[in-house]
Design a protein around this ligand. Structure first.
Ligand code: HEM
Length: 311
């Protein structure tokens, strides 16, 4: 039978719900998880059948502690560990708990709202919800900082190559490493910068989304530090689907950073560049306006694995 991944390479959609749950000790846990795996497959099949144009999907990831609590197969996916915080001179990529992660995407919010209801109804007796964020497409895919986000994401076959585990971990081939961070922005400080200064923080022009030439791009700009190469000079990428969120009346503005990758090493290297800096101390200026308040690594099993887990 062919390996079918979950919808990790889908393109960003207009509405997203992110949910993180922690599992409690419960005699019902394993049975509920079986039902949950069946539910995730069912939700995807059903929405694809009923609303094929909505590009709606539900992707479930499992954290290291969650994998152990559920007594899922060993050995574990090679890089599935508890994310260790990355501490720089000024900013820290914190590590926070999370047993299950849900990434629900649709053009019409009603679709994912109902999916979230079904998942919550099933999980509530055995788990606690620790995060729920409603992300939305802001203008032409701009982050809340006003810059277009997602431009340098891989396309075509590269999307699969960079997002899905290959031959290097045969047991988990087709799976993916999912890393998420909830960022809160200091918009008052950000708006205090001129457009030119903001462009130097990101490394691209604001209105037209054009990359600065290497001659003028500051070495501590976001894209200078996030753009990394492998040992042989090849570009290393991840598949990002960041979403803005906010509550204007409470002055809360944020970005939910989310990335799928075939190897967590790539994401970790980007994080180290951003938080520790390259060279050390030359950290990403975006962090002076953005605080990571969560940080969790998950493994996204294939649909075949979900089918097995569902019993
Ligand atoms: C506050 C959170 C973040 C915001 C608002 C943000 C925003 C942006 C923006 C506006 C761009 C330029 C357009 C594009 O190519 O997408 C960008 C590029 C990029 N970001 Fe972020 N980002 C954030 C966090 C991160 C993190 C945590 C990582 C990695 C762990 C990351 C990795 C990248 C990469 C790889 C690129 C493309 C670089 C290139 O090849 O030019 N970003 N981001």
């Amino acid at each position: 039978m062919s390996i079918e991944s979950q919808n990790v390479t889908d393109y960003p959609n207009s509405n997203t719900i992110f949910m993180v749950w922690n599992l409690n000790e419960s005699p019902l846990l394993k049975d509920t998880f079986q039902q949950l795996c069946a539910l995730v497959l069912n939700l995807n099949n059903s929405v694809f059948n009923r609303f094929p144009d909505s590009r709606a999907s539900c992707v479930m990831g499992i954290g290291y502690e969650g994998w152990k609590k559920l007594e899922l197969p060993t050995p574990l996916p090679k890089e599935l560990v508890n994310f260790e915080e990355i501490r720089g001179v000024k900013h820290t990529a914190v590590s926070t708990p999370g047993d299950l992660h849900f990434h629900l995407r649709a053009d019409n919010k009603s679709l994912i709202f109902d999916m979230a209801i079904e998942i919550s109804r099933l999980l509530s007796p055995v788990a606690e919800s620790i995060l729920e964020i409603n992300g939305f497409k802001y203008w032409d895919t701009r982050s809340i900082l006003g810059f277009v986000d997602g431009t340098e994401n891989p396309h075509g076959e590269d999307r699969d190559y960079f997002a899905k585990i290959g031959e290097e971990d045969l047991q988990y081939k087709g799976g993916s490493y999912l890393f998420v961070q909830k960022y809160l922005h200091n918009m008052d400080a950000w708006k205090g910068l001129s457009t030119e200064e903001q462009e130097k923080v990101i490394g691209r022009s604001k209105e037209n989304d054009i990359e600065m030439s290497d001659a003028v791009k500051p070495s501590n700009s976001h894209i200078a530090l996030a753009n990394i190469e492998g040992e042989n000079g090849e570009e290393l990428k991840i598949v990002r689907d960041n979403m803005p969120f906010g509550r204007p009346s409470s002055n809360e503005f944020g970005t939910y950073f989310i990335a799928y990758s075939s190897t967590f090493t790539t994401t970790k290297k980007m994080l180290t560049n951003m938080f520790v800096g390259d060279p050390v101390g030359n950290y990403d200026r975006i962090l002076d306006f953005s605080t990571a308040v969560t940080g969790t690594l998950f493994f996204v099993p294939t649909r075949n694995m979900l089918d097995e887990f569902s019993g």
